[in-house]
Design a binder for this molecule. Sequence first.
Ligand code: AMP
Length: 288
Amino acid sequence: MSASAADMVTIGEPGDVRRWCDVRRSDGRRIGFVPTMGYLHQGHLSLVELARQAADDVIVSIFVNPLQFGPSEDLGRYPRDFARDSARCRSAGVGLLFAPTVAQMYPRPIATTVEVPALGEGLCGRDRPGHFAGVCTVVARLFNIVGPCVAVFGQKDYQQLAIVRRMVLDLAFPVDVLAGPIVREADGLAMSSRNAYLTAEQRRAATVLSRALERVQQQAREGPLTSETVQGLVAELVATEPLVRLQYVQMVDAATLAPLDNSTFDGEAVVALAAWVGDTRLIDNVLL
Ligand code: AMP
């Protein structure tokens, strides 16, 4: 039986989270875990639903992780609304909301870093040095706090998902990683907490990103695509929106994230992009 909506507890201390999980696991219950930075939207809640289907008790963590923000990035202004997030988790059937302060999460300056350089240096890694090391380090710490679980990540952050999967394999974390598809707004824009930064005009312009990826998908149905075709197609469409500046678009192997330079590849490919819309950096991708 799943915990009823009224049963949700909120915990800040990692040791208390571990005890809560240990008690449930000793009763034979499976823990589902959804790590987030909060300001929850339907994309996050779709992962909670997947976790509920795969496990008996669901934990959501809300932690805006300073380690994964560069010095000129948006750590200070990252959107937060704890009361709304908490209400959303409660009505989604979450059993435990883990919401540590920075001091609770990192009680001492962190001296250990986890990295997956083979997958973390391309794509977003090139534009955000240190970002994925910050992600891996916090996710490794979260996995050790929660213990054995099914952890659910979104395909929205495709590179992050691939890196976490590889970290789990390489370091033998007792974690099964599940992936949830990208949840989009009605006009195609991938849901993101950062969409809250956009003005109405930027919000409208930002739809060019999903439209460009949709165009790529259509072309892929008609025949194999080269990397140059994909880049040309996306760059051309994005250039029609003066408010949007493409940072990169790349077609890569979905498992290794290695760039694909020819059309003979018959495995799964992903086309990933990042773009600036004003001061807001957005990402999106599509699997081919
Ligand atoms: P964040 O709070 O942005 O760190 O995201 C927490 C988790 O939610 C990550 O696994 C993201 O990939 C996932 N996520 C964010 N946006 C979406 C979306 N639109 N659809 C599906 N998953 C998402």
